[in-house]
Ligand binder design. Structure first.
Ligand code: TRP
Ligand code: SF4
Length: 330
């Protein structure tokens, strides 16, 4: 085996079943990274509580569903450390110790803080936990001395914040304990939903990774096309059509051909949708099969997480020894 390049950590809040947006926006990239890096993938269940504390629902069930999706699309517990944040208590200890040296103003000026407080209505987010969200994330990253963090653009300020905390720690205690992690921006692919807006749970327009092959055809039939097109031979405008947005992502090689046939009225929407739906079936079928296996025996998921907990815990304990010693506790 060749030596891996460096340490990568990323995390996702357990929101239950994932969708195609998560696959193309993050997971596909994670699956590739695990070949070259020492990867840690963390289900951040404590982070889920920072916004959902009043009505947590069933976080445990969501963890299970999300991990099933992770494994189904190719994350491999043999190659990567896949674990749950709340299983490794050192995340909480590091968060606490870092809080001693974190100026409140640094947290208040993280752009996501103000935005989210305004956007997420109906919840009281003027909490200590929510203000500290980026610091808990910094602890997740620093605990494994990650060199890089693959995230979407929206998370970049949190990684920047992590670098500042790492720098401050190293400077205060005159030790190079923590690397300053790089942001590994995931190539930004906006996956459209069935209504051609961005695919998002809050828009109710998603296609789940766990969708059955039969359900795929139905969902694709529902997709919004060029509504100005009445007859099959009418010239169409693919650029207002969600089906074409899917061709762009999934069927790149034939995209120009489809575009032209649509504009010239040579291809009908039914046929055009059929191509997308066949592609999706081919692509998602293996995931579906893998999911069925794991659903039959969910205990396997908990065992995998247990294995991840042990591997992550070992690294976390080592880091904490150095941190305690740097801070005069040991
Ligand atoms: N805040 C991230 C998100 O909402 C989730 C997250 C928590 C994370 N800890 C992390 C991402 C550590 C990367 C690294 O998407
Ligand atoms: Fe959309 Fe295809 Fe119909 Fe054109 S032919 S409007 S791209 S579904």
């Amino acid at each position: 085996m060749t030596a891996k390049k460096g340490v990568i950590l990323s995390g996702m809040r357990p929101t239950g079943r994932l969708h195609l947006g998560n696959l193309f926006g993050a997971l596909d990239n994670w699956v590739k990274l695990q070949e070259e890096y020492n990867c840690f993938f963390c289900v951040v269940d404590w982070h889920a509580l920072t916004t959902a504390y009043e009505d947590p629902g069933n976080i445990r069930e969501n963890v299970k569903e999300m991990v099933i999706d992770w494994i189904s699309c190719g994350l491999d517990p043999e190659k990567s450390v896949i674990f749950k944040q709340s299983d490794v208590k050192e995340h909480a200890e590091l968060h606490l110790l870092l809080s001693m040296l974190t100026p409140i103003s640094w947290l208040e000026r993280v752009p996501t803080y103000k935005e989210q407080i305004q956007q997420i209505e109906g919840r009281n987010l003027a909490t200590y936990g929510f203000l500290g969200y980026p610091l808990l994330q910094a602890a997740d990253i620093m605990l494994y001395k990650a060199d890089a963090v693959p995230v979407g653009e929206d998370q970049a300020p949190h990684i920047e914040f992590t670098r500042e905390i790492a720098r401050r720690f190293n400077h205060l205690y005159e030790q190079e304990i923590f690397p300053e992690p790089a942001t590994l921006l995931t190539e930004y692919k906006v996956v459209p939903g069935v209504d051609n807006r961005k695919m998002s749970k809050s828009y109710n327009n998603i296609i789940e990774l766990s969708i059955s092959p039969d359900e795929i055809s139905k969902r694709v039939k529902m997709m919004v096309t060029d509504t100005g097109r009445i007859k099959k031979n009418d010239p169409g405008n693919p650029h207002v059509c969600s089906v074409f947005s899917f061709h762009r992502i999934f069927n790149k090689g034939n995209m120009l051909e489809i575009e032209e046939s649509c504009q010239k009225g040579q291809i009908g929407c039914v046929q055009c949708k059929q191509i997308v739906s066949d592609w999706m079936k081919d692509h998602l079928q293996p995931m579906y099969a893998k999911r069925r296996e794991l659903e039959k025996d969910p205990q396997l998921v908990w065992e995998m997480l247990q294995g991840g907990r042990e591997k992550a815990g070992k690294v976390a304990r080592e880091t904490m020894e150095a941190v305690r010693s740097a801070m005069g506790l040991a």
